[in-house]
Design a protein around this ligand. Sequence first.
Ligand code: HEM
Length: 499
Amino acid sequence: MDYLVLILCLYLLWGLFQALFFVARGGRKARPSNLPLSPWPLPIIGNLLQLGDLPHKSLAKLARAYGPIIKLELGFVTTVVISSPALAKEILQTHNAVFSNRMVPDSVMAHDHDKLSMLWVPVSPLFRYLRKIYNSHIFSSKKLNLIQHLRSKKVQELITSVRRCACAGEAVNISEVAFRTSLKAISNTIFSLDMMEPLNPARELKEVVWQIMVEVGKPNLADYFPVLKKIGPHGSKHRLEAHFEKMFDIFEDLIERRLQLRMGSGSIKCHDVLDNLLDLVEDKTETLDMSLVKHLFLDVFVASSETTVSTLEWAMTELLCSPEKLLRAQAELHQVIGKGKQIEEADISRLPYLQAIAKENFRLHPVGPLLAPQKSGEDFIAGGLAIPKGAQVLINVWAIGRDPSIWDDPGKFMPERFLGSDIDVRGQNFELLPFGGGRRICPGLPLAMRMLPLMLGSLINIFNWRLEEGATPENMNTEDKFGIAIQRAESLKAVPIPT
Ligand code: HEM
């Protein structure tokens, strides 16, 4: 009720303001003629209702009606949506400097995360420094190679747990097992330990990561009506503050234990990310301090879990709905690796069809369908149309991935389209941008491109799969759910059968 009154007051104020503005301009309408086309906005809320529950789909529909660049008023936030590879290239490559900063959601300002996290800080010396840390100390090929045995071990554990279900004839909840494996792989990469072990004090991390993802994925009125920021209409920032605090407590505890271990006589280095970063913190010439380390770990855990899980779940869904593609992938694996064997990272380059499946899956199901929101740093002309300074810029990579003028039969899962094609996901081909592009391209790409084929390839090389009793490709719910990453609306449950 309070909100209704507030919205009504805002509405009256807005009407009054518009009337005064109109009179002050002498009754002329002063709209630059080269603004992108725009569906008609309602007073106050603008085009918010047109977003619906699945904004990437609603925006793709609007792009079909209004063109590849459209302008929306989302409450008080002018938003430009881009839906073509040529315009995406202008934003992410040719003029990337203008669009490199983020539009920061209100909730992530908890604990100053917006000022200390690479995801949100504006391009600045701090941003470049953090980027260097990710590229050189976390995700460089050398660092990733050094601990690939840890990831391999986690995939082995995944296989063991799936084998148990296979023996019992039980269905596996794919997102659940993938979430565990992905969290274990990342916690081993960072801390050389398994946070999912029952006796591990950090095991609650899984629950907190999940709660953070749910919270950040929720729409928040304060992002569209800045006047509501002080009130915090949904309490999101407050709840995130508590979740972040829990994560920081866990990290502090792990850091403290490691510091003590390092001080012990004859201590052995772990060569994991924590050791590398503690070396940098101790080197006083470096910018890194404990606070930055904690915010960095927070980003890594949150950004890596859901993205990897959701991608794997979609890939399994597509394969189970296209048995002939699954058979072709298995034939390749049987021939190159040997039937029933777990695949290793070094095998991936010898598996072109598996790689094609990964690309086709990213084309149809990019987990960040609108990328992370960018902000226009100046008035800018793209494709002959004006993007106002300060506007939020969204790139609808979901719409680009399903554009019939770019892809033959775009709704169909056809990995073959990528065989013999140079199109890659590394931000250079603007028709396929699951990891974004430009200076803010996903830094976790090298890890994701190892983990996904590793998990997917092993799951289909070691097991045959059938859908749960009663489920068929035709009656499966393959709808999306919009959140921090788009997920399947319904979890995939499938029964493994040893090959
Ligand atoms: C399937 C896996 C993944 C997908 C599809 C994915 C996708 C994305 C996308 C679309 C963006 C936004 C890029 C843009 O706005 O241009 C992004 C940013 C980011 N991702 Fe990922 N990601 C994945 C895995 C990971 C992993 C494993 C990590 C880290 C461990 C990670 C960390 C980040 C961070 C820190 C950013 C922010 C970069 C910045 O703003 O400068 N991601 N990711």
